[in-house]
Write a protein that binds this ligand. Sequence first.
Ligand code: EPU
Length: 338
Amino acid sequence: MALVASEASLLKYNTFGIDCRAKELAVATKVEDVVELSQSGKLREGGYVVIGQGSNLVFAEKYDGLVLVMENKGVRVTREDDMSVTVEAAAGEVWDEFVKLCVDNGWHGIENLTAIPGTVGASAVQNIGAYGVEAKDVIESVAAYDVREKKMVEFKAADCGYGYRESRFKHAEGKRYVVTSVRYRLDKKYEPVLTYKALADELGMMGARDADTVSKTVAKIRWSKLPRPEELGNAGSFFKNPVVGKEKYEELKRDNPDMPVHETEEGYKLAAGWLIDRCGWKGRTLGRCGVYEKQALVLVNRGGCTGQDVRKLAGSIAEDVKRKFGVKIECEAEFVGF
Ligand code: EPU
């Protein structure tokens, strides 16, 4: 059974570097650990939070429940033909190591998602996305342990409620499922996705010769804009890019002709980083939490930052954006224990 510690520090379990505690902390290195925790009554609906590397979380001073860290490992091919391969990875696998393994094996589809902190499990919960690709584009199915019914279940991607940074697993009703592994359908033939301008520009005239080049280029761009959590505590993009309707978009565009926008199926996706920057927040600090100087979308730990500091700053930023542009921005990072 998983080792359970009481009154445990979460400092090394969140990339924001917030010094906080959990009533109980359990590390599962295999699926059976999750089953046993459930059967022993330690995993009760509403009484736990599942984490991978804690790269998208902000904890309050104390979480009065059980933090379950998924560290189960394993990658295997479950199906293969001349064109594609289905690869199953355990939830606790480190996402970027999995990307590298796929690139090295000539399994294509996730190279644009290089250098994203977190785990395989988190990729399916958050539907991570970057440089024109989202996890849902390649996820075939998700296996999970249902804490309510105490049994394993499997969801086809179509039943996961996927949208932009969105899935059923992020909502109260979906939290009964502890994701244990994810299957991805990957292509043997390489079809580069170069819809993201910064990536196409960086690759230049040469284009995407191979997945390895694209993967390395993505990592280069990413680390030029985002702080490495081991150097400066952060949770990646702190806000989601807001989507507005045609009328609102046209009004904003009239007043701000240089405003970046991305047309999507859902509507006009604005750049939260640009909106926050325009409100003058870039590089500013409130309490012990700051807005990263190279990218206003990212909040950083200026040293000894608490969850309350983060919440206060995020709230002030959202208020300013609402006042100046009339647009509501929502946090992408999740607050736990508040
Ligand atoms: N911008 C500013 N000022 C800033 C930041 C951005 O003016 O301080 C402008 C940029 O010039 C650009 C636009 O806003 O025109 C968009 O900025 P950027 O490309 O830096 O960020 P993004 O495209 O909104 C999203 C994801 C990132 C992902 C990149 C690359 C969200 C919330 N964020 O950022 O995801 O890496 O695209 O595809 O969707 C993450 O989720 O942790 C993350 C880093």
